[in-house]
Structures are given as C-alpha cells and as structure tokens.
Ligand binder design. Structure first.
Ligand code: KG4
Ligand code: ZN
Length: 345
C-alpha cells in the first residue's frame, strides 16, 4: 500500500519537493531562481546548475518537515516534461536514482497534467467531468477532464501562452520578469476600460491567440510614447496594465462560457501560474455562481510550479494501475497524443 509519496519538480526555474502522506500534504518546498530576473528570462544552463545545487538539500528539508526519512517513502514521482531539458534531467535523474537505491516504484509525471489535477490538492476537490482552463507561462489549454485518464482538448493557444503574453507586455512596460504579478498590481490602480485592446476571434471556438494583443500594446506604446517607457506617467502605466489584463481575461473567459453552454460539467477549474491572477479568479467565481457549477481554483501556492501537484498526479496515475520502468526520459514539449482531440465540425 502507498502511504508516503515524494514529488519532485524541476521543469523551469523552480526547484520544488513535496511529501504527501495518506492524502495529506506534509511538505511543499519551493526554491525560486530569482537571479534570472536580470537576464529578462530564464537562462537554461544557469537553471540546470541551480537545480543541481539545491535538489539534495531541498529533499532533505522536505523529509525533515514531513517527519520522515527516505526509507519511509513508498512512491517517487518527478516531472519528465514539458520544460527545459537540462532542468528536467536534474529532477528526473535524481528521482530515478533515489527509486533505484530505495527499490521503490517511480512515476514520471507530465507537468501539464500536474497543473490539471492541482485542484485535487484542495479540501473541496473537482468532480468529473470538469472543465479545466490551464494558463501557464508556456501553455494555454481548455480541456474536458472526464476522469484520471481521459482528457479531451477543446482548444489551445495558436501562438503565445497567456502567461507569456503577460511576461512580454510586462517587459515592454519595464516591469521586470516574470511580469504577470506586476501587471496585476499596476492594473489595480488603473481603469481597465480606458484602452480597448483587441481580442482575437478564431475559427475554432475554443482556441486562443495572444500575439495580436501583444502587438497592439507595442503599437500603442510606439504611437503614444515613441516606445520610450521612461516617459510613461505612472497613472498611464496603471491604465495600460489594467486594459491589457482585461483583454487577456475577457479572451480566456469568452471560450470558457462557450464550453459551459455546449457541454455538461460538474465542476470548473482554473489552474497554472496565471490562475494566481485575481481578476481571472473573480471572473471564474462569477461564472460558477451563474451556472451553479462547483468551482475549484487551487490556493496560490499550488498555481505556480510546485511539487505537490506532481506528487498528487503521480499518485493518481499509480493508483490507476500504471507502472513504469526506470528508463523514462525527459521531454521538452507537450506530446501530441496526451490529450484526445475534440472533433470540431
Ligand atoms: O505555471 P507557471 O508557474 O510556470 C509554467 O509552467 O509556465 O506559470 C508562470 C506564469 C508566468 O508567465 C507569470 O507571469 C504568470 O504565470 N503569473 C501571473 C500571475 N502570477 C504569475 N500572470 C498574471 N497574474 C498573476 N498574478
Ligand atoms: Zn507550470
């Protein structure tokens, strides 16, 4: 029987280690590599090296916090992809080595599936089938989660991910990297209806596109400020941030509403780093109330990258009877066949 589960996440710039015992989260340590800020984005090699330095002490700290020793662990789960290949290999290889030395089962976990099932870390869990919007730095997906093993993809972004759009616009505005939180904070003091930025309308009802919106912000800055961000008054920065945020949230919500009117769901769930966004959370709350659907949005600590969601997902996979050899490899992008494609007419 599986009692204690160890999760390891190293797909990008967060090293995270979690322990779940009897379904209860005992530890979820996250070490963020803030030094990438000065480069305006994650530098892959520096990321791998930083993971390598911290992984072992972080695992030890997680065991300590959980009141366990390595020999008490029954199942070891680690992110295998998508993500930065060097970064992934650190966590994956560490986890496989530990599984080999302890002679314990190992489960490679898809990072996006970790996000999708992160709602199960909450006390009030999603009920199948649920509509899941995954919004992270690398992915934007609208999914029907039928059960643990059947996920149907309704739509996805055809260009930039929602988080990527936040980060790129934050960079244009000189708000640093990653910029989603900064856009939210500046936007809190601006009128979101001041500037109307465009929302892409696509052939597939459930797809997204954010590159046009990003270009619209760039054009606006060129026209109004000759792209000299230093000359933007603080109150105008607030307005641009608020108006941009509104356009992203409206675009995301538009397809969620369509899906709710076309399918039957028991719950709706908002997950991934951008799920930390307060406006988006509020809009989901409204939709759930209007449609009398159960709403599950993970706590902020489970929205960004974390190992608790990896331990949770790995455990669910194992409980569904899946077994793995120690030859699992890291994969940089989302495999084509993880989700069933919804057949659009
Ligand atoms: O899921 P995540 O931690 O990493 C990936 O798997 O990509 O997502 C990171 C993304 C970044 O683009 C970041 O700017 C965005 O989440 N983000 C936010 C907020 N907090 C983080 N975007 C909008 N509003 C926020 N409050
Ligand atoms: Zn993520």
């Amino acid at each position: 029987m599986i009692k204690n589960v160890l999760g390891i996440e190293t797909s990008c710039d967060e090293t995270s280690v979690a322990v779940i015992s009897d379904g209860e989260l005992k530890s979820n340590l996250i070490s963020s590599q803030d030094f990438h800020n000065k480069y305006g984005g994650v530098v892959p090699e520096l990321s791998s090296r930083a993971h390598l330095q911290i992984i072992n002490p972080l695992v030890k700290s997680a065991f300590k916090e959980a009141g366990l020793e390595s020999k008490n662990i029954d199942l070891i789960c680690a992110t295998a992809g998508p993500g930065l290949i060097g970064a992934l290999l650190v966590g994956l290889t560490y986890a496989k080595g530990l599984a080999l030395s302890l002679n314990k089962p190992f489960v490679p976990v898809n990072h996006i599936e970790g996000h999708i099932f992160s709602g199960f870390l909450m006390k009030d869990k999603p009920e199948f089938p649920y509509l899941c919007l995954v919004v992270s730095g690398g992915h934007t997906l609208l999914l029907i989660v039928k059960n643990d093993l059947e996920i149907i993809k309704l739509g996805s972004t055809i260009d930039d991910a929602a988080g990527e759009a936040f980060d790129k616009v934050a960079k244009m505005l000189g708000l640093g990297y990653p910029g989603g939180k900064a856009i939210q904070e500046y936007g809190e003091n601006g009128d979101e209806n001041s500037i109307v930025f465009p929302i892409a309308q696509l052939k597939n009802d459930y797809d997204y596109s954010f590159s046009g919106l990003k270009t619209a912000v760039l054009r606006f800055l060129q026209k109004e400020y000759n792209q000299n961000i230093e000359s933007i008054p603080a109150n105008e920065l607030n307005i641009i941030a608020a108006s941009f945020q509104k356009a992203v949230v409206d675009a995301l919500i538009q397809n969620v509403k369509k899906a709710i009117s076309n399918f039957d769901f028991k719950s709706i769930s908002l997950v991934g780093g951008v799920a930390a966004n307060q406006k988006l959370r509020n809009e989901f709350k409204k939709i759930a109330e209007i449609n009398k659907l159960k709403l599950v949005i993970p706590d902020i600590q489970f929205c960004g990258d974390n190992a608790a969601m990896i331990a949770e997902r790995g455990f669910r996979i194992y409980q569904n009877g899946k077994r793995f050899e120690l030859n699992a490899n890291a994969f940089p992008s989302l495999p084509q066949d993880v989700f069933q494609e919804y057949s659009h007419r």
